[in-house]
Design a protein around this ligand. Structure first.
Ligand SMILES: *Cc1c(COP(=O)(O)O)cnc(C)c1O
Length: 426
């Protein structure tokens, strides 16, 4: 089929994310991707500033990841995980326990980030049920978050951005505190700390858990906050008998400059969600890790099993490529790459701060954000960045990037130039 025929069929039948049907803006047709470049069907090449939504940290068609996948496909692509197990999943679980903050011991593998959040919530609710406290089933979070698109995760997304008004009466009613004050390096605001402590204390009897994205709130607004608030959450949840869940689906595997964002605060949550970069962007897989206390608490109850079991749980292909991706992180110097990209983003985005309509420019690790005082004209911004040979997906009032860690300095400069240009025309 010609590109035109394919795009006509796409418009006719294919529903794209966060889009009406039929879509308003035709998508770009990608035929191949290699390294940090997407090759379009019309021959153009674009530097991918998005890592396919935080996930392709080593770039596309990495020979080591390709080989791991081919090798595993030669043994078995999938077997059910009920009653059966296999080396790729066992190795992955052990590796995740070794790499994540001390104290997380048990790993539940599942299909996607949203499902891992569902599992994390289920673990927390079931933990309290097993303790004879079934009334503890609400969640507390701060505004500005994003935890996925299935229903329980939606209930803890930012109430405005998450369109809670649309789902009133459908979503469980959670407890919200204001968004954390902005700034990774900003000192903790004592009145905000009081506010969190007071809210957790007031709702402790009905709270199963506090759930937050540590350090970086991603899709909810690309905001950074001080790790000090995570230490406050750890302390206050412990004091009031509430579990703490960190959603590191976006921040995990080095993106913020630490292997896991929890490390910036030096705290261990009771439950940790991982996804996105887990497989280096090759296949969908996520994980919910928990402490021995959570696992044993559930297993000591009158319903001692965690009642969850996705068909493709522990998928061997995904586990094998995840092991290979983590291997690349362990053998390479991802931290130096992230620092190098951070410097390139700071330097390249600095001119954007002087543009009219730009309210903030911020960089943390391999994440760069230009925030405007108005909604980005997505069609116009997309045209400008692609003319600069770059792929970005601005949303709301933000033009942002999180490039693969293998992005060279010249390509980082192309990404920042495209962002500045987009901010100029938007
Ligand atoms: C992307 C994301 C999710 C949802 O993951 P999916 O794999 O898209 O279901 C959840 N939480 C955070 C922080 C995310 O960035």
């Amino acid at each position: 089929m010609t590109p035109e025929e394919l795009l006509a069929l796409d418009a006719e039948h294919v529903w794209h994310p966060y889009a009406p049907m039929p879509g308003r803006v035709p998508p770009l047709l990608v035929s191949e991707a290699e390294g940090v470049r997407l090759r379009l069907a019309d021959g153009r090449e674009l530097v991918d500033g998005m890592s396919s939504w935080w996930s392709a940290i080593h770039g596309y068609r990495h020979p080591v990841l390709d080989a791991a996948l081919a090798e595993q496909a030669g043994r078995m692509s999938h077997v059910m995980f009920g009653g059966l197990t296999h080396e790729p999943a066992i190795t992955l679980a052990k590796t995740l326990v070794d790499l994540t903050p001390e104290g997380l011991r048990h790993v539940f593998l599942c299909d996607s980030g949203s499902v891992s959040v569902e599992v994390a919530v289920k673990m927390c609710l079931q933990y309290w049920r097993s303790q004879g406290r079934p009334g503890k089933r609400r969640l507390l979070t701060w505004c500005g978050g994003y935890h996925g698109d299935t229903f329980h995760p939606m209930s803890v997304c930012d109430p405005d951005g998450g369109m809670h008004a649309l789902w009133r009466g459908v979503l469980p009613d959670q407890v919200f505190v204001p968004a954390p004050p902005a700034g990774f390096d900003a000192p903790a605001d004592p009145s905000y700390v009081d506010e969190i402590e007071e809210a957790v204390a007031r709702h402790a009897d009905e709270l199963a858990a506090v759930i937050v994205e540590p350090v970086v709130q991603g899709t909810g607004g690309m905001r950074f906050h001080s790790p000090a608030y995570l230490r406050v959450l750890r302390e206050v949840t412990e004091r009031h008998g509430v579990l703490l869940v960190f959603d590191e689906i976006a921040t995990g595997f080095g993106r913020t400059g630490a292997l896991f964002a929890a490390e910036h605060a030096g705290v261990t949550p009771d439950v940790l969600c991982l996804g996105k970069a887990l497989t280096g962007g090759y296949l969908t897989m996520a994980a919910a890790l928990c402490t021995a206390e959570v696992a044993h608490g559930i297993s000591a109850g009158d319903l001692p099993v965690l009642a969850h079991g996705p068909t493709f749980m522990g998928n061997p292909l995904a586990a094998a490529v995840a092991n290979a991706s983590i291997g690349l992180l362990r053998e390479g110097d991802w931290a130096a790459d992230v620092r190098r990209i951070e410097r390139g983003l700071r330097e390249g985005l600095a001119p954007a701060a002087r543009l009219p309509g730009v309210v903030d420019v911020r960089v943390l690790g391999a994440i760069g954000v230009v925030q405007l005082d108005h909604e980005v004209d997505m069609a116009k911004a997309t045209r400008v960045v692609t003319e600069h040979g770059v792929w970005l997906r601005p949303f709301r009032d933000m033009i942002y990037c999180m490039p693969p860690y293998v992005t060279r300095n010249t390509d980082v400069a192309a990404i920042t130039a495209a962002m500045v240009a987009a901010a100029t025309v938007s």
